[in-house]
Design a protein around this ligand. Structure first.
Ligand SMILES: [Zn+2]
Length: 128
């Protein structure tokens, strides 16, 4: 790590995020605190690697994440994955499917129940 920029990344951490394709827990988990300066804002980026399906990442801002993205590396760029012949650029979480009224409630943003991936019928499809 570059010492001029004290790392906000923690590597000895756990994440509620699991591989959105096979559901296994992720290795090499990294959590970057973005809201760390202003203690009242919970803002983190979580990344982790599935040994089979590669890196995944999500952003947590006060609430559980709405989507989990496949990425080429932690804090890298989004890559596409193909699941059952469909191209997918993001996986929606259970949180994203909840009614708006429920999403306004205060919840633990790291509550693993909300991080479960649900099938997204609106996924991008491609024939290339
Ligand atoms: Zn996997």
């Amino acid at each position: 790590m570059d010492e001029k920029f004290p790392s906000r990344d923690r590597t000895d951490v756990r994440t509620p995020m699991r591989c959105p394709i096979c559901g296994r827990s992720l290795d090499e988990v990294v959590v970057r605190d973005i809201g760390g300066v202003t203690a009242d804002l919970f803002w983190q980026v979580h990344a982790g690697r599935c040994p089979v399906h590669g890196w995944f990442q999500t952003e947590v801002i006060a609430r559980p994440p709405r989507e989990i993205f496949p990425v080429n590396k932690p804090f890298g760029t989004v890559r596409r994955v193909v699941v059952d012949g469909r191209e997918i650029f993001s996986f929606q979480t259970l949180w994203n499917t909840l009614p708006k009224a429920q999403q306004r409630l205060r919840v633990d943003p790291l509550d693993a129940r909300f991080w479960q991936v649900v099938p997204s019928p609106g996924s991008h499809q491609s024939h290339t």
